[in-house]
Design a protein around this ligand. Structure first.
Ligand SMILES: Nc1ncnc2c1ncn2[C@@H]1O[C@H](COP(=O)(O)OP(=O)(O)OP(=O)(O)O)[C@@H](O)[C@H]1O
Length: 251
């Protein structure tokens, strides 16, 4: 496949990105020359069969893992050229994360968890922005609670607030609804979508769930470590149908 024309308005770009694990006969090529881009102020889902390379792609895009070859850009910054220290700084200030397992520190309150990444970076949150987020996420009455005193949905909302607070260039969400019941999952997806529509946040989400993907503006499909297509303005049905075709092609 020819490399697509890369525009300058992409928030995140991968150019010829490859990643192999192991060496020799045991080597696994998890990513195989991936060219793709994620537009700013858009909600993009990454989908594909199990083992297709979704997590590897997200980890390389987010600077959590290094590619074997190829380039990753966050805006105009080339991640692949940064030192470990520079990558840590970049992740702290310019990237937000929401994980399936919430990843809240059990001994810190909801508020302390939300503020932790900014405190570690020596940055004070904007009080108006914090009040807006806490109010919108329905966490005003929960700020002093420890994670175990919160429901799963509330814990994930704290994680979403933590990701939104520094106004990162992009939020990477890895199966953010995987541990939630469908009502809490819907709440979290609506919050991610409204952060894009109302605050201009950029969100990239890995998911297996066609319903979750239908909240995005665009689905990028990956199969065998390569980009296998995309769906604009996905619906649950169009995602199910396309994933079925992708599965059939892979057989
Ligand atoms: N640390 C590792 N060491 C060796 N192989 C790995 C490692 N991480 C991933 N892989 C392999 O790379 C390929 C892509 O894995 P990856 O986790 O990115 O896929 P995925 O699409 O996220 O899968 P899933 O949907 O099951 O989470 C798979 O074949 C996997 O076994």
């Amino acid at each position: 496949m020819n490399a697509p024309t890369i525009t300058r308005t992409a928030a995140v770009r991968a150019v010829g990105l490859s990643k192999s694990y192991g060496e020799g006969e045991a080597a696994v090529r998890a990513l195989d020359g991936v060219h793709t881009e994620f537009m700013g102020a858009a909600f993009t889902a990454i989908m594909g069969p199990s083992g297709s390379g979704k997590s590897t792609l997200m980890h390389c895009l987010a600077g959590l893992d290094t590619a074997t070859s190829g380039l990753v850009y966050l805006g105009d910054t080339e991640l692949t050229g940064l030192s470990d220290r520079e990558l840590t700084e970049l992740r702290r200030h310019r990237i937000g994360f929401v994980f399936q397992a919430f990843n809240l520190l059990p001994v810190l309150t909801a508020e302390e968890n939300m503020l932790l990444p900014m405190r570690l970076g020596g940055v004070d949150p904007d009080p108006e922005w914090m009040a807006e987020i806490v109010g919108r996420l329905g966490l005003t009455e929960r700020l002093g609670h420890l994670p175990h005193e919160l429901s799963g949905g509330q814990q994930q909302r704290v994680a979403v607030a933590r990701a939104l607070l520094p106004r990162p260039d992009v939020i990477f969400a890895d199966e953010p609804t995987g541990n939630l019941d469908s009502r809490s999952g819907t709440e979290v997806l609506e919050l991610l979508r409204s952060s894009v529509r109302e605050f201009g946040q950029t969100v990239v989400m890995v998911t297996h769930d066609p319903v979750a993907a239908s909240y995005s503006d665009r689905v990028v499909l990956i199969a065998d470590g390569r980009i296998a297509g995309e769906i604009d303005r996905p619906t649950t049905d169009s995602v199910i149908e396309t994933m079925r075709e992708l599965g059939a092609r892979a057989c």
